[in-house]
Design a protein around this ligand. Structure first.
Ligand SMILES: [Zn+2]
Length: 498
């Protein structure tokens, strides 16, 4: 086949895959937001048929022959086409390494396990989830052996979410955080505590919705291509760069929860909205990896959103919407939004303690995978580590081992992305400040220079490069967690007058 013709076929294949993904994604999004309750079975039926179609399309003999040919001739391709082919070829190869019946059984198990996990969490019934967790671990191990026969299981899992990430790199990273942050956490615990009592009250939902629209506008999010919905757990889904959705959850008693969820998801959305136009409708048209994605969302949520300048910028709007906080100064608001205290729930954690939550999961996942920790003993070990790292007693499995959905969805090796992303963001700030006066930009209320920097160094590339290459190019030097440590030390030493 002529190369040009093969590339045209590849383009058509990707457009079809993206169209199926768009349809399935919208149906799922609808199910999570506004669909009537009784539509779940119909939705499952439709999604089942569409996922069968996409599976057949992606694994047909024709597709495999096309990809094999293009992969063999990849040296003749330009950078973009070569990357598209390499990514797709790798995915097909991985799928081919897993026996079909096991692959299907595993997919089914993940759907069932998520449903059971939800029930187990609601009923605080860990034993209900236990047999599913056991099966998930077993399958995850087997699949990792099929796809990465030369790697230890946990390294294979890390590599799956972040190409090139190894246990050795993670260990070094977490060791640094443990060594540097634990003493700081102890000092903060002994310091005079911050008053955030005024963040609890009655904050009408329509006002909170107005606040979401306002912060999305401040962040420079193009509402023509980005919608916002309401779900139990906030998330972002980008179908293509032209259709991105974020969600939030409003609590009448607490406006800060949704405010910072919207800023976090807004950070994901900005990344999804800004890959270069010629990457749209390709398999590299979205963010390259979860930790790079988290670097953008957590950069916006914490480094920008919880900065003194940003809080001062939005404070007049907060006072206008919520007269209860009228007499609070910018400084009081800033400190309240940054109150640091150990807690049970990862997603509600402050910036300083956040990585401790991740470390607990990182240690447990490795032990579950290498067989040194049983599923039966998991809750006890979870509670022990929460006491050791965060100093808190876990009162129930619902607030402990059952709190996150990740393991129920088969996502082992995913958690380190959150901590790494946070640390990448701090180093990005340092590099950005060499050319952008970040504080003055925030004070001006027009964040364009910050967004331009991120677009130029991260967003526009989509999945064109491996995450490690993208990061090092953006930073102009190797990743160093000490930027994150210094950032936290400076911030919390000042807030808590240590
Ligand atoms: Zn996120």
């Amino acid at each position: 086949m002529e190369l040009k013709q093969a590339l045209q076929q590849l383009d058509l294949l990707q457009r079809k895959q993206i169209a199926y993904g768009h349809a399935m994604g919208l149906i799922s999004y609808d199910g999570n937001t506004v669909a009537p309750k009784g539509s779940a079975a119909n939705r499952a039926e439709t999604l089942g048929i569409l996922s069968g179609e996409i599976y057949m399309l992606s694994t047909s003999e024709e597709t495999i022959a096309l990809l094999d040919e293009l992969h063999a001739r990849r040296e003749e391709l330009d950078l973009k086409s070569r990357r598209i082919v390499e990514v797709m070829h790798k995915e097909i190869e991985n799928t081919r390494k897993i026996p079909m019946d096991e692959y299907i059984a595993y997919q089914k198990l993940c759907v069932e396990a998520e449903d059971i996990w939800r029930k187990a969490k609601d009923a605080n019934d860990y034993p209900l989830f236990m047999p599913y967790l056991k099966d998930l671990i077993e399958y995850t191990r087997r699949i990792a052996h099929y796809t990465h026969p030369d790697l230890p299981v946990y390294d294979a899992l890390l590599d799956q979410y972040e190409k090139g990430l190894t246990r050795e790199k993670c260990d070094q990273f977490f060791d640094t955080l443990r060594r540097e942050l634990v003493p700081l956490i102890h000092k903060v615990a002994q310091a005079k505590q911050v008053d955030d009592s005024f963040l609890t009250g009655v904050f009408p939902l329509d006002k909170q919705r107005q606040l979401s629209d306002y912060v999305m506008q401040v962040m420079g999010i193009d509402r023509n291509h980005c919608g916002i919905g309401e779900t139990e757990h906030p998330f972002t889904t980008g179908f293509t760069k032209y259709d991105v959705r974020i969600t939030t959850h409003y609590y009448e008693k607490n406006f800060a929860s949704s405010l910072y969820s919207v800023i976090h998801e807004g950070g994901h959305a900005l990344y999804d909205l800004h890959p270069a136009d010629d990457l749209a409708y390709t398999n590299i048209g979205g963010g390259v990896s979860m930790s790079i994605h988290e670097s953008q969302s957590r950069f916006y949520e914490n480094i920008i959103g919880r900065s003194r300048a940003f809080v001062s910028l939005i404070a007049p709007k907060l006072r206008e919407l919520f007269p209860e906080i009228n007499d609070r100064t910018d400084d009081e608001l800033y400190k309240a939004f940054n109150k640091a205290q150990p807690s049970l729930i990862r997603t509600e954690s402050d910036e300083l303690h956040y990585c401790m939550h991740i470390m607990v999961r990182y240690e447990l996942e490795q032990k579950l995978m290498d067989g040194t920790l049983t599923v039966e003993a998991l809750p006890q070990e979870w509670n022990r580590l929460y006491k050791e790292y965060l100093g808190v007693d876990v009162p129930s499995d619902r607030e402990g081992v059952l709190q996150d959905t990740h393991w129920a969805g088969g996502m082992f090796g995913y958690f380190p992305s959150y901590a790494l992303g946070s640390a990448y963001g701090a180093q990005m700030l340092s590099v950005m400040q060499e050319t952008v006066d970040v504080q003055s930009v925030i004070e001006s209320g027009d964040l364009t220079p910050i967004n331009c920097w991120l677009e130029e160094h991260i967003w526009k590339y989509g999945g064109l490069y491996e995450p490690g290459t993208l990061l090092e190019t953006a930073l102009g030097r190797p990743f160093d967690p000490m930027y994150f440590v210094q950032y936290l030390k400076q911030k919390f030493t000042e807030i808590y007058q240590l």
